[in-house]
Design a protein around this ligand. Structure first.
Ligand code: PMP
Length: 318
């Protein structure tokens, strides 16, 4: 079972706080209606001992879009957003250990959309195994919500209820993750990642109109595929086609590219040459081993191998 890390500090209300002091009131809409929007972002040490976040501006822009759709005010400028991550990760990072961060806008005041006020909170965790070994993936009986009820295109906490149920269902069937179908019975996405499928050398993924988040990693994988002369297309995928795929993987900021070893109990071919090549290329790009022009890395100035060693005492004096 995955255990949650409890880092010493979080960022909330514009400053660093101790983990145990990062509290919200039970009366706020973040609790009563599960109202929050968020992003999950990864950060990797680079060969020059600097620390960089992956596609940070794209995550900021998606957070802004999610907030706008749900009428949540988001007043934080990009520089401030990056600064919050820099401040927090600067005190938590350790040499050689990669991290992931969650930036969340919690609705702290307001009622039914009147007088809505939100606070940006940032949590960050060590991320020592960016790529997990191949997993068993199932197809859930739970559906991705339709665009007319809860838009899957944005990242809001409430969207994850169906994914949570799907994971519970999956565990009972020996699956580590699940694919959710949309209202038309076609592939939408997995519980926390997008779906990649290979047929005859072509990488296919459903477009967002099929009920998927507008995935940032997906765009990166598409750009990498183009530069590797691998065909990449976005088109609807029905369940049967997924079950007869040559290769399947789940892709997302935290998932990176997780290969599937079986789909709904059917073993997949042992080797996944196309998706393995993309996985390697992705990791080379984000760790700075082989940079790629599409893969934007934002250096966090407070993090450097020498500085991070003294960070905890700096934070304690705040
Ligand atoms: N779908 C869902 C439901 C997700 O939670 C995620 C992770 N953010 C993704 C897809 C992949 O998106 P991204 O590549 O932008 O992280």
């Amino acid at each position: 079972m995955a255990t949650l890390q409890e880092p010493k500090f979080v960022y909330m209300g514009g400053k660093l706080r101790l983990w145990n002091e990062a509290l919200l009131h039970i009366g706020c809409e973040a609790f009563t209606r599960g109202l929050s929007v968020f992003e999950g972002i990864t950060g990797f040490w680079q060969p020059d001992e600097r620390f960089a976040m992956v596609m940070l501006r794209r995550h900021y822009e998606r957070l802004r879009r999610s907030a706008r759709l749900l009428h949540i005010p988001f007043l934080t400028a990009y520089e401030e957003y990056e600064g919050a991550l820099d401040e927090l990760i600067g005190v938590l990072v350790e040499p050689g250990r990669n991290m992931w961060a969650r930036t969340t806008l919690y609705v702290t005041e307001g009622h039914w959309g009147e007088g809505t006020v939100a606070d940006l909170a940032v949590t960050a965790y060590h991320h020592d195994t960016p790529v997990s070994p191949p997993i068993n993936v199932g197809v859930s009986t739970w559906q991705r919500s339709a665009d007319l009820s809860l838009p899957a295109r944005i990242k809001t906490g409430t969207n994850y209820q169906a994914g949570r149920l799907a994971r519970i269902e999956g565990r009972a069937r020996g699956c580590e993750d699940m694919v959710l179908l949309n209202q038309w019975g076609r592939v939408a996405e997995a519980t926390g990642s997008c779906v990649l499928m290979v047929r005859e050398g072509t990488v296919c993924t459903p477009p967002a109109t099929e009920g998927a988040l507008e995935g940032i990693t997906l765009d990166v994988v598409e750009a990498l595929a183009h530069s590797m002369n691998i065909e990449f297309i976005r088109r609807p995928i029905d369940r049967t086609e997924l079950l007869v795929a040559d290769e399947i993987a789940l892709c997302g900021s935290l998932a990176v590219i997780i290969l599937a070893k079986s789909i709904d109990g059917l073993p997949l071919p042992e080797a996944s040459p196309v998706l393995t090549a993309l996985q390697t290329r992705y990791l080379d790009a984000v760790t700075g081993t082989a940079p790629h022009p599409f893969v934007k890395l934002s250096i966090l100035p407070s993090c450097s191998a020498s500085k991070s060693a003294e960070a905890p005492s700096m934070a304690a004096s705040r």
